[in-house]
Design a protein around this ligand. Structure first.
Ligand code: ZN
Length: 134
């Protein structure tokens, strides 16, 4: 697979409203979009850092995987998303052939209409890894 850059870092927060003043007022970043991804049970807020983004993830209910993550490990970095130049489907096939456990067998639509797919952290040395393309 061909990775061009880190597309975004996903950071789990209990509350976007409470987290934003740190990112905006202390770090001086600007939130340019807040959207709810209903099927993932999260609200997301995006901030740009050069070519890379920060994606704040707030659970919208207790069954959300983000709620479970915060319960187990606290707030903090949740996943790393790489921008794939030669297609997520292709990258998934390559990862599977290399023996990596896939969370998504095929690309699906994520926030910002990206095609996304996740690799399981048990196969990626502890880091939940997202592959994405525009
Ligand atoms: Zn993400």
């Amino acid at each position: 697979m061909k990775i061009s850059h880190i597309e975004h870092l996903g950071i789990a927060v209990k509350s976007i409203e409470e987290a934003l003043p740190y990112y905006e007022n202390v770090l001086g970043l600007k939130c340019y979009n807040i959207e709810e991804v209903v099927d993932q049970k999260v609200k997301t807020a995006f901030l740009k850092v050069g070519q890379t983004k920060i994606e704040l993830l707030e659970p919208t209910c207790e069954e959300s995987t983000i709620a479970k993550f915060i319960e187990k490990r606290g707030e903090g970095v949740h996943h790393v998303a790489f921008a794939i130049e030669d297609g997520v489907a292709n990258a998934l096939a390559e990862a599977e052939a290399a023996g990596i456990r896939l969370i998504d067998k095929a690309p699906r639509k994520g926030a910002e209409s990206l095609n996304i797919a996740f690799l399981h952290p048990k196969s990626t040395i502890g880091v939940l890894t997202e592959l994405c393309e525009h």
